[in-house]
Design a protein around this ligand. Structure first.
Ligand SMILES: [Zn+2]
Length: 387
């Protein structure tokens, strides 16, 4: 295959992906003749660059944790946009949320800058910004909460935004959003436990609402996925969920405010957060992940960017659970008109294309195995990606 012919394959793949907002069309090879394409791609300069994926093959390590100069307790202050009658109670809850998040990331203090929280009861979504991206003196967190005492909603939003403070203020991506969602879920569960044992009967009575809020948020997100994905979650088949998340490429496809806030994007982040929490994450290693590598000049302004491979490498194992980051395997996607035999991967009904789909991992450079698998099945098409 010539390099000129190669883009046609990609274009066909992308057309096939229409109606699939987070389709990884840039990264899929589409062919029924895999052995030929794999060998051609690997000997073609243009194709090879593409096939190597966004992260390329250079996996060198860089330590990401910046030296911390923390010496004070967390300082999160609610401003006057919270009504006076509610402020004292919500301030106490904010302090509790801040302490939970700091403890989670094993830091004595959330940030060296003061954090001001203000309320706006209207969209857009909650957001964290700096007063000045070049010479910041203040972190601003805007919450979109009701003007009542919506403890669970408040804790959920503040937990998420403080997650961003810990993950790095200058960057977001689908993957960082998923981490922030996981932080907010953890905050809700921890508050449920703490308040259940609180001295105040009112707090004890309220305590189940934190966990309920988390469960409802998860259910709302899960409702957007195929029944097979929901079943995999309830059966704790995390490997199957990770294959599905890897296919959806949420970590590198959600690189704009619009995509991050898209209802489908939010659902993928929640699904990844569920897996992250189930498998466990080394949160202290994720501290300031978004600021890595430290010397980037872009650090002085906010942007949506994927995490660089050298920053992913030390925590690749964690992110592999959510189908993100660096892989030693290729991902194979085969589609079928009839339900395919199970056992060779994760099978689900792919509504977007009106076909059954099966996801599985294969060793790199194994065109023969792919062809064998395709030949032995009734697959109508087959795709592969390195990431
Ligand atoms: Zn966020």
């Amino acid at each position: 295959m010539t390099s000129a012919a190669f883009p046609n394959i990609l274009r066909r793949s992308c057309e096939w992906e229409k109606g699939f907002p987070f389709g990884p069309c840039r990264r899929w090879l589409y062919t029924r003749d895999f052995a030929r394409v794999l060998s051609d791609v690997r000997t073609s300069d243009g194709g090879m660059r593409w096939y190597s994926g966004r992260f390329g093959t250079r996996l060198w390590f860089a330590l990401l944790l910046s030296a911390s100069a923390y010496c004070q307790t967390p300082a999160v202050t609610l401003d006057q946009s919270f009504s006076e009658t509610r402020r004292a109670r919500l301030q106490a809850l904010a302090n509790e949320v801040a302490a939970i998040v700091a403890e989670k990331f094993s830091t004595a203090q959330l940030h060296s800058l003061p954090i001001r929280v203000y309320r706006d009861g209207t969209p857009p979504a909650p957001i964290t910004t700096l007063d000045d991206w070049q010479m910041p003196t203040l972190i601003r967190i805007r919450l979109n909460v009701n003007d009542g005492l919506p403890y669970a909603q408040f804790a959920y939003q503040l937990g998420h935004e403080l997650g961003h403070v810990m993950l790095g203020l200058y960057r977001s991506s689908g993957l960082l959003e998923a981490c922030a969602v996981a932080v907010s879920y953890d905050v809700l569960d921890e508050l449920a436990n703490r308040w259940a044992a609180d001295a105040s009967p009112l707090n004890r009575e309220y305590s189940p609402n934190f966990r309920l809020y988390r469960e409802q948020a998860e259910q709302l997100a899960l409702a957007r996925f195929p029944p097979e994905v929901r079943a995999a979650v309830s059966q704790k088949s995390w490997k199957d969920v990770s294959l599905y998340l890897r296919m959806r490429s949420f970590d590198v496809d959600q690189l704009s405010q619009e995509l991050v806030n898209h209802v489908e994007g939010r659902a993928l982040q929640a699904l990844a957060a569920i897996v992250l929490r189930a498998k466990g994450a080394p949160w202290s290693k994720l501290h300031r992940l978004g600021d890595c590598p430290e010397s980037r000049p872009e650090q002085k302004s906010f942007s949506y960017r994927p995490i660089e491979s050298e920053c992913m490498a030390p925590i690749a194992h964690t992110f592999a659970h959510v189908g993100a980051g660096l892989f030693q395997t290729d991902l194979l996607l085969a589609t079928f008109d009839q339900v395919p035999p199970r056992g060779l991967g994760f099978v689900f009904w792919w509504n977007a294309v009106n076909k059954w789909a099966r996801l599985s991992e294969i060793k790199r450079s194994n065109g023969g195995k792919i062809r064998k698998r395709l030949g032995a099945s009734s697959a109508t098409s087959i795709y592969v990606t390195t990431r």
